[in-house]
Every structure is written in structure tokens, then in C-alpha cells.
Design a protein around this ligand. Sequence first.
Ligand code: ADP
Ligand code: TRP
Length: 325
Amino acid sequence: MKKVLVSGVQSSGRLHIGNYFGAIKQNVELGNSGEYDSYIFIADYHSMTTLTDAKERIENTFDAACTYLACGLDPSKVALFKQSDVPSHTELTWILSTVTPMPMLMLAHAFKDNEAKNKDINAGLFTYPVLMASDILMYNAHVVPVGKDQEQHIEIAREIAGKFNRAYEEVFTMPHAYIVKDVATIPGIDGTKMSKSKGNTISLFGTDEEIKKQVMSIVTDSARPEDKKNPDESAVYQIHKLFLTKEQDAVLRKKFEDGGYGYKEAKEHCAEAIIAFVSPMREKYNYYRSHPDEVYAVLNAGAQQAESRAKEMMNRVRHVTGLVS
Ligand code: ADP
Ligand code: TRP
């Protein structure tokens, strides 16, 4: 039997180059390889913890599906679906929450960070890692390709799987995070982790003008053009190198280190590299945006595949827990 791959992105905003290099690229490559039984979904239930605008959720979900297809995801090899089309995810969440230690959730980054900022925290945000564990364990995933910020959530899913297996029966497989080291955390234009919620992103499929504008506003230090610069401390370099071959990367590093390469010029080159890279995918993206019927057909077919697998798992879970005899 093939190993199982599961991954997802939230439909909380337009996807950005951090999502692409941190997760989507790996999702598509591994999924299309045919080596795995692959389930990739748009996490609309998750987006409810931060977004309460219904229209926006619909738009973001559609946009994320167009993005995956434009990035080359092959729907004949990967079940691409909308999380809420498989409502059993929420039933399994409840069941798993009853074996989840509360202190473990109190240590989760998303909760701790928001609590530290004295933000209003809803119970959904607090139990978010349990929903994520349910997404992963539902399909008995072996491999979960994600960015570094999600590592802790996978650890939590493993803990929950172990707790359930010990309390009832060996039902769940232990999942493993698949994280590409070089692109684990991509900085945003303010130098901190690029994230939809921070408004510091470079959109994957923005127009040339949008991309240029976002790149030109990447924060830099006060070094003058003639000064030598440390590439590892520059968000412009960190972002630009994602689009380069090893050889081109070495040339760019040297330009930073030698001096005589001002930030304005560096940003212009960075924007050109991004635009050249995204243009062919953006054409496909625009195609899907204007053919919603095709996109929804893919999502519906994906949901049916996921649903049939989820049904089997829920039967098993209901049996071992004594919800059905
Ligand atoms: P965001 O933080 O923008 O809301 P999500 O939480 O929906 O993004 O993340 C979707 C996927 O993209 C996850 O696997 C996440 O780890 C990855 N990801 C998000 N931002 C980055 C980043 N700046 N660098 C690397 N990977 C990222
Ligand atoms: N929490 C993830 C994020 O914000 C999205 C996600 C939800 C996910 N469920 C998942 C990722 C299951 C991998 C597997 O990026």
C-alpha cells in the first residue's frame, strides 16, 4: 500500500511566496510524484478562528484552489478538496479533544503568542491543533509537508494519536512533518516571518506592479550602496535567492558581500526575478479564475475521494470508542 500524504492551507487570505516555497511547492511535487496517496485541502474550518466574513472565505477558498492548480497540482494524482466538504473532520476533532491534555494546548505557539498580546482568543483558536490533528489522523497520514511554523502542530498530532491508541486501540498512524530546511521560514517585507495575517507578504499572483511595489518596500538597514552587506541579514537577499540556481545564488551573495550593490538596485533585480518566475503560473491562475466550473468540479471530485476514506476511518473510530456497537 502507498504511504499517505496530507497537507492543507488556510483560506484566510491570498497566498504568498512564503506559502509557495514553504509548503505548496513540496505539496505539488510530492503529490504529483504518484508515490503517495495524497490529500490536500483548503482549511476553511481553520480560517473561521480568525475570519468572520463569509464572502471573503468563499473567495479565499476558490483562490487557493486556483493557486494549487496553477502551481501544477495534478488532480488525477491528488485529492484536492475543501475541508468543510468532509464534515467528519469536526466529529473526529471532538473525539480527539477528549484525549488531548489541556496543558499541551496551552503551550501551543498560536495560543501563547495571541495570549501574550492580550488578544481576544476564541475557543476555536485554542483547540485549533486538535482540528489539525484530526485532518492528519483521519487519513492515517505518514507525511505532512509544511513550513517550519507548523512543526509543533505535527508534534501535537503525534501526541494525540498516541493517547488515543493507548486509550482505545491502535487506530492511528504516527505522522511525520516534511520540512525543507532552506525554505523553512521565509521573511516578509518587514523582515519577520511572511504571513497573511501580518500584511507583510509578496503575493504569489499579484500583478507586476503589485509585486514591484511590495518588493521595493522590503525593510533594509541604513547601509549605503558602496557598503559591504551581509546577505544573511538581508530580507532582500533571502527572498531573491529563492528564485535562483546555486550558481546565480553565489553571484548574488558576492555582490552583497563586495559592496557597490545598493538596495534599490538589489530590489529591482529581486522583483524582476519574481515576475519572471511567476508569470507562466500566473497565466494558468488567471485561466482558472475565469473558469470556476472547472475548479469546483476538481474540488467536488476531491471531496468524494476524501469522504469515502474518512467514512471508513470514522466507522472504525466509532466502533473502538463504543459509539456504535
Ligand atoms: P500564513 O502564516 O500566511 O497564514 P498558513 O498558516 O496558511 O500561512 O500556512 C500555509 C503553509 O505555508 C504552512 O505549511 C506554513 O508552514 C507555510 N508557510 C506560511 N508562511 C511561511 C513562511 N513565511 N515561510 C515558510 N513557510 C510558510
Ligand atoms: N494549520 C495549517 C496552517 O496554518 C493548515 C493546516 C490545517 C494543515 N490542517 C492541516 C497543514 C493539516 C497540514 C496538515 O498552515
